[in-house]
Ligand binder design. Structure first.
Ligand code: MG
Length: 458
């Protein structure tokens, strides 16, 4: 059952502090989260946003007020906090972050004992406690205590290093440019690479709440500076992270930046070559390049709704080896089944070292697929009707994991999906034939616009 009022979105609770909600909301929501956990100690970390320390203090107060113990991790990459929860024996964790969103946003992510975000069902449980105001309050005897947790970053850095062949990577003496995007991966990725004997050049490495360099989101457009730096320094590789350090976008030695599914497919190919016949989890919107690579190693691909929580939870449930998202998220289960920008970087370096190839050469070995996105304004209240009208145009094989995915032929598909957060219908198509892709997009753009009009929108 879904609550009438939702607070959790695709990736935790996101809001504009002081505009959407004040600290009263943060404290009450933290009391609800604490009541859900019921007892134990919770690790709390935050990203470099201006509002993060303030929200973290309110969150910790809320948790202690319902009797939970709190460990304050301070500034941490999200995947570092997630890894440390399990490794340091906490019962759960809260990360204050809005990932790649603009500086005025912040948010709360809730992790279970294993460091993985809690399930969609558990999010609903927390919302119910919050809406019913059934938080349990502690008195002076049972109120929680507080301690600083100083081992988060060192635990995380050691954890990643233990997953890769340090000697092999070190022998290559790679030169790597890291675009840290003024985010918290500044605290870990440069040190991990130094331990791998890389020559590290950093840009946008000062952590600040304005994300003053190129913004918090690493995209083909925002990483032009990274591309230039890779060429200027004659580097072997470039990597750009998002604001909380769980996603990484890669740049080859020629300054070419790749989408997350192409670079992720390179890492996935390497991981599966070491352990064929494994399970891979990805979302319904990720490229068929994933299926192509999986087939090479007799591995199976499972697809979920769009959202890293869905991928992580499916990985836990099925004991999958690897997870991937097109936005630059790679999940490596032997470390922890959550997306992790620094783990992905270490695996990419090991792959380049082991195969003795540059990233451009590794990418060339993959088939070329073309992708195109479009979006159409559609009022929230019309979305359901518009989607059912669109469905009438469905032909061939239809997948309904998230929105409607239609297979036009064996290597062309289109995904039509109502946005979970904005009044939009999103369209995403892929084909091995560029001309065909254009035809598909223009045909379905007409269908979507026409359906919105027929439902009284547009
Ligand atoms: Mg992120």
């Amino acid at each position: 059952m879904i609550n009438e009022r939702r607070f959790f979105g695709t990736n935790g609770i996101r809001f504009k502090p002081g505009i959407d909600f004040g600290l009263d909301f943060v404290i009450e929501m933290s009391e609800a989260i604490g009541t859900y956990f019921s007892k134990g100690s919770i690790l709390v970390g935050y990203d470099g946003r201006n509002t993060s320390p303030m929200i973290a203090k309110a969150v910790m107060a809320g948790l202690m007020s319902v009797g939970l113990q709190v460990g304050e991790a301070g500034l941490s990459p999200t995947p570092a906090l997630q890894y440390a929860i399990g490794k340091l024996g906490y019962n759960g964790g809260l990360m204050i972050t809005a990932s790649h969103n603009p500086p005025e946003y912040n948010g709360i992510k809730v992790m279970g004992q294993d460091g993985v975000e809690i399930s969609r069902e558990d999010e609903v449980k927390i919302e119910r406690i919050f809406l019913e105001k059934s938080m349990r309050r502690a008195d002076w005897r049972t109120v929680g205590n507080y301690q600083q947790e100083i081992k988060v970053l060192s635990t995380y850095i050691q954890g990643i290093l233990s997953q890769v062949d340090i000697d092999l990577i070190s022998s290559k003496r790679f030169r790597v440019v890291l675009d840290l995007g003024n985010g918290v991966q500044s605290l870990a990725a440069p040190y991990i690479l130094e331990n791998l004997n890389c020559e590290v050049i950093t840009i946008n490495s000062d952590i600040n709440g304005e994300f003053s360099g190129r913004g918090a989101e690493p995209t083909l457009e925002t990483l032009i500076g990274l591309s230039k730096a890779v060429k200027a320094h004659n580097a072997d590789l470039g990597v750009g992270y998002d604001g909380d350090g769980d996603r990484s976008i890669f740049c080859d030695e020629n300054g070419v930046i790749y989408t997350g599914d192409r670079s992720g497919a390179v890492i996935m190919d390497y991981v599966l070559s070491k352990k064929p016949k494994s399970l891979v989890v990805t979302t319904v919107s990720t490229s068929q390049i994933i299926d192509y690579v999986a087939k090479r190693y007799e591995s199976k691909v499972l697809r979920t709704r769009v959202g890293s929580v869905d991928v992580s939870r499916k990985m836990v449930e099925t004991k999958a080896l690897f997870g991937i998202e097109e936005n630059g998220g790679c999940f490596y289960a032997p470390h922890i089944p959550v997306r992790d920008g620094a783990m992905s970087t270490a695996l990419m370096l090991e792959c380049m070292a082991k195969r003795n190839q540059k990233l451009s050469e590794l990418i060339k070995e993959l088939p070329q697929f073309y992708q195109k996105k479009a979006k159409f304004a559609c009022p929230n209240e019309l979305k359901t009707r518009v989607m059912s009208l669109i469905e009438r145009y469905s032909e061939g094989e239809v997948e309904k994991i998230d929105g409607i995915k239609l297979w036009i032929d064996k290597s062309s598909w289109i995904l039509l999906r109502p946005s979970g957060t904005e009044p939009l219908i999103r369209v995403f198509a892929e084909s091995d034939d560029e001309k065909k892709l254009e035809e598909i997009i223009s045909r379905f753009s007409f269908i979507v616009e026409d359906s919105i009009k027929k439902c009284g929108g547009g």
